[in-house]
Design a protein around this ligand. Structure first.
Ligand code: NAD
Length: 116
């Protein structure tokens, strides 16, 4: 039985795009890169481009951008991990409406008792 809402191909890793390269984005990027089997961090975007360059350089990610829409619209990205501040989630989430990929919102309220 699968708990995944979206079926994934088993012959290649799930390609993850990260939006938000701040503190929590770095944390989740390392989880994808080092601790989640069959997942690969494929792209990173954040308006703060030096943060993108630093994280991508450390983890060896080639696709980088200052525009989160590049990750959302990238046909080679299977799922998007949104680690931007909550007020930007609705804009970052628009790819989900197209039904092309899963968007994983980091829900700060549930995980940290109301802290945002
Ligand atoms: N730091 C924590 O322990 C923690 C834990 C859980 C959840 N959160 C939540 O995660 C969110 C980010 O926290 P953080 O600590 O990483 O903050 P941060 O300030 O370190 O990083 C936020 C990043 O989001 C980027 N950003 C700003 N506007 C953006 C946009 N429109 N699209 C994409 N990225 C954008 C900023 O440039 C910055 O790099 C906050 O909502 C926070 O409450 C933080």
């Amino acid at each position: 039985m699968s708990y995944l809402k979206y079926p994934v191909a088993e012959d290649r890793p799930v390609r993850i795009g990260l939006i938000g390269a701040g503190w929590i984005g770095n944390f989740h990027a390392e989880s994808v890169a080092f601790r989640i089997p069959n997942a690969r961090l494929e792209a990173i975007a954040d308006p703060a481009f030096p943060a993108v360059e630093a994280l991508a350089g450390r983890l060896g990610v080639a696709r980088i951008s200052a525009d989160p829409a590049d990750v959302i619209n990238d046909p080679d990205i299977d799922a998007v991990l949104i680690a931007a501040p909550a007020r930007f989630h609705s804009g970052s989430d628009r790819g989900r409406g197209a039904g092309r990929k899963a968007c994983i919102l980091r829900e700060a309220r549930r995980a940290h008792g109301g802290r945002t």
